[in-house]
Design a protein around this ligand. Structure first.
Ligand code: ATP
Length: 292
């Protein structure tokens, strides 16, 4: 089995600041980290670190950031298909971490938005029935729809994480087998029942420190969050989703209580560490998490 993640990739620059700038202000900040980011990349990297074979497709520009992303992805055990689009700037995020613990994120999405339906469909060559296709909300509506439809036509198991929220998600549910949503997304999308009624078989609702639940028509499996000292919750949802899917795929099963337990432990590991990709469990840690 091989997972296919089609999504975005970005370079994340994190700055610590005393307080958020008022309009017109110039303030000092300290560089905290420069890391790979983007929900698509996060999910693909976590899946690859579980040992599951994984292809990741994303668009970048022909620029220094794109080259840096390619170099950084080489360090991960995944098949990275970076699609270079001329005349487009590689996406990046500025993450402002204020002293009082709040953060604010600004993300560009020029490259992600430039991925065409043909490019996304092309990333599925060789995919087999049963292989997971994992998507998020960073690509355009047509491209996301085309990839999910192509995945369905191949008999793949389609998974959507509807984040960032987009107005077009409701139209996609008939093409989706499994959805991962947090509380805010579930509410904005009309509730878990509405998602199930639209044709999604498995909905995983993540509830931050309250844990998560796998909800199906006629059944519900809950998992509590692993107690931990919270340092930085960025990427917790991406880590949870990727580990749950990979745990099930590696065992040849559907999502189950064990997959949710593995995901909760991996996400707790992540929230107890600063950064995103650098906070995800490495391969050795992941192997020990998955052996439980
Ligand atoms: P993010 O946008 O920060 O990546 P999210 O909103 O998509 O996250 P959450 O529901 O906040 O997702 O968290 C996903 C999972 O991470 C939770 O189900 C839980 O297992 C774990 N988690 C999140 N916050 C905590 C916490 N404070 N303590 C322990 N585990 C946590």
């Amino acid at each position: 089995m091989k997972a296919f993640v089609i999504g975005n990739v970005a370079l994340d620059e994190t700055l610590s600041i005393e307080d958020f700038p008022r309009p017109g202000a110039s303030i000092f900040g300290a560089a905290l980290s420069r890391d790979l980011g983007g929900k698509g990349a996060n999910q693909a990297i976590v899946m690859a670190r579980t040992g599951l074979e994984c292809r990741f497709a994303a668009a970048v520009g022909r620029d220094g950031r794109g080259q840096e992303i390619a170099r950084r992805l080489e360090a991960e055990a995944l098949e990275a298909r970076l699609i270079e689009i001329a005349g487009t700037a590689t996406d990046f995020s500025i993450i402002l971490m204020a002293e009082q613990g709040e953060n604010a994120v600004i993300t560009t999405r020029e490259a992600a938005a430039a991925m065409t339906p043909e490019m996304a469909r092309g990333a599925l060559d060789g995919a087999q029935a049963g292989d997971p296709l994992v998507m998020q909300g960073n690509l355009g509506a047509e491209t996301t729809r085309a990839a999910l439809a192509a995945g369905r036509a191949r008999g793949m198991r389609t998974v959507l994480n509807p984040s960032p929220l987009q107005s077009y998600f409701a139209d996609l549910w008939p093409l989706v087998d499994c959805a991962f949503v947090n509380e805010g997304e579930a509410k904005a999308l009309g509730g878990v029942e509405a998602i199930l009624a639209a044709g999604v078989t498995d909905v995983v609702l993540t509830l931050g420190a309250q844990g998560a639940a796998l909800i199906r028509l006629g059944g519900r499996i809950e998992v509590t969050a692993e107690p931990c000292t919270v340092l930085d919750t960025t990427g917790a949802g991406d880590c949870f989703m990727a580990v749950a899917l990979a745990s099930a795929a590696l065992r040849g099963s559907g999502l189950d209580a064990r997959a949710l337990g593995h995901a909760a432990r991996a996400a707790a590991y992540t929230v107890a560490r600063a950064g995103t990709v650098s906070a995800f469990p490495d391969r050795a840690t992941m192997a020990s998490l998955l052996s439980t």
